[in-house]
Design a binder for this molecule. Sequence first.
Ligand code: NDP
Length: 319
Amino acid sequence: MPYNRLGSAGLQVSQFSFGSWVTFGGQVDTGLAKEQLQAAADAGVNFFDNAEVYAGGKSEQIMGEAIRELGWKRHEYVISTKFYWGINGEMPNMHYTLNRKYLMQAIDGSLERLGLDFVDLAYCHRPDPNTPIEETVYAMSDIVESGKALYWGTSEWSADEIRAAWEIADKRNLRKPVMEQPQYNLLHRDRVENEYARLYEDLGLGLTTWSPLAGGILTGKYVDGIPEGSRATLEGHDYLRAGAEKSRDQVRELAKIAADLGVSTGQLALGWVAANPHVSTVILGASSVKQLEENLGALKALESLDDDAGLKASIDELF
Ligand code: NDP
């Protein structure tokens, strides 16, 4: 497993990492979580992604419990959480905010659920137009200063918002945001490839990217219909049906290229994300150990993409 620096930070994260959205606390219980986490670690994965809001806090509990039962040592893994939506109710300061009061209490709640003294990465899960960016930067910097998180960053912030946060931190001698967590896959490219283009060099921004398979669409599993029990059948995820319909022809073409290479369609889609040098780590999602193992096999597709610029160009042309 290759490891990359998280942008200009010294922290090294595995090329492929593993996240728990939708799965932990829904499709995956602690027993299966243990199997998945260990399968990932056995393949060299060292970064595990989580968020306060995933399964209303249950995802953090399950990941914390599973890691404790597996007996992992704290220096062996990098773990994250994210704040914005809140899980304690809908009164002011409890949700849809990045104000100081919420953030300072949210980190304590996450650490308690995870059963940890600190997380490695803490993200502001969305921008909050109702809190001055300066207030959020001070709070996140204080969280890092307190030792409750080692690095902080953003998720789905605009390039302007990221730059504003970075410049405030720079000017005030505060801890700077070091990473962003955007969606990035063959069907969703613009932000990573265009909007953020200047930030990689200017700010040393690292990326931990999400939904590399567009929720499963890029495995090809939806080309001939909606399989029973798949994400598209879960409550709140029927947007996948329209996405699958729209991209059906492209995914069929991708499948042909993958077959010629001797990899699965999903592996080729994952390798394509990892081949972008600005991506520090590709966060995988999986509802079974089998899926996770297949996805970790994407390193083979990555090697082919690294060796053959024409291959990447032909995929780029398709999407
Ligand atoms: P993907 O786009 O890779 O989708 C994963 C889902 O696709 C699986 O749960 C599974 O769903 C299906 N799938 C995966 N592999 C296979 C396979 N080999 N064969 C068939 N089906 C497969 O990633 P996610 O959307 O899960 O995102 C990954 C992680 O990114 C999350 O866990 C989270 O940590 C992070 N994330 C962050 C966000 C943010 O706002 N910062 C937002 C979203 C995700 P099923 O079996 O149910 O069909």
